[in-house]
Design a protein around this ligand. Sequence first.
Ligand SMILES: [Zn+2]
Length: 218
Amino acid sequence: MQRIQPLPADFVRDHHAWQAQRTPVHKDTAIKLADEGQTPKAMVIGCCDSRVQPAEVFNGDIGDFFVYRNIANVVPPVDHPQAVSTAAALEYGLTVLHIPHLIVMGHSNCGGVQGCHSLCSGQAPALESPDSFVGSWLQILRPAYERMQRELQPGQDPLVALEQASVLQSLEHLLTHDFIRTRVAAGTLSLHGTWLDIRSGEVSAYDPQAGAFISLTA
Ligand SMILES: [Zn+2]
C-alpha cells in the first residue's frame, strides 16, 4: 500500500492558475510578510466549515487575520482536558503576536451545533458513544444548550439561538485564561462575538447593551 499519494492533477492545475493571477501587489505583500513577520489585526476563532471564510467577510488579505478553527468554534475552559490545542493558539496569538482583537465567529447552518442540539436532546446516540470524537468535543457546548433552552424567545430558531449561545459561551471561556483576563483588564485586548449567515454573507455582532447579535448591515 502506498500510503501517501501525489497530489491529483486538478490541484496542481489550480495552483498554477492561482500563481498566474497573483498581482505584483500580492507578491510584494507576501515578501514583506515573510521578511518582516506577521502582525495580524485580529485573531478569529471560527468553525472548520468550508463555507465560513473569516478573513474574506472582513475583506482581509494575507497577514490580516490569525485564524484558529475547530468544530463549532468552541473554546474549552482552561481546566478542561481538551483545552490545550485552542489554548496554544490563543497563547501564541496573544502573548507572542500581541493581537489586539479576538473575534469568536459562529455561523448559520452549523453542522457541529446541530450535532450538539441532537446530542443534548437525546436524539444522537452515536454521538453519546465514548468512541465518538465529535460527540466528546460537542459535550463542551452542553452548558450553551442549557442556556439556549432557558432563554429561547418565542419564534426564535433554536439552532440559531444555540449557534449564538455557543459564541457567548466561548467568550466566557476565553476569560478563564489568565493571559486573556489580564490583557482585557489592561485594555490591550478586546473580545468580540459574531455570527455569520452563510446564505446572505451577512455578519451580526454581539451588542452587550442590547444583549443580542445585531446585523452589521441593518
Ligand atoms: Zn460550523
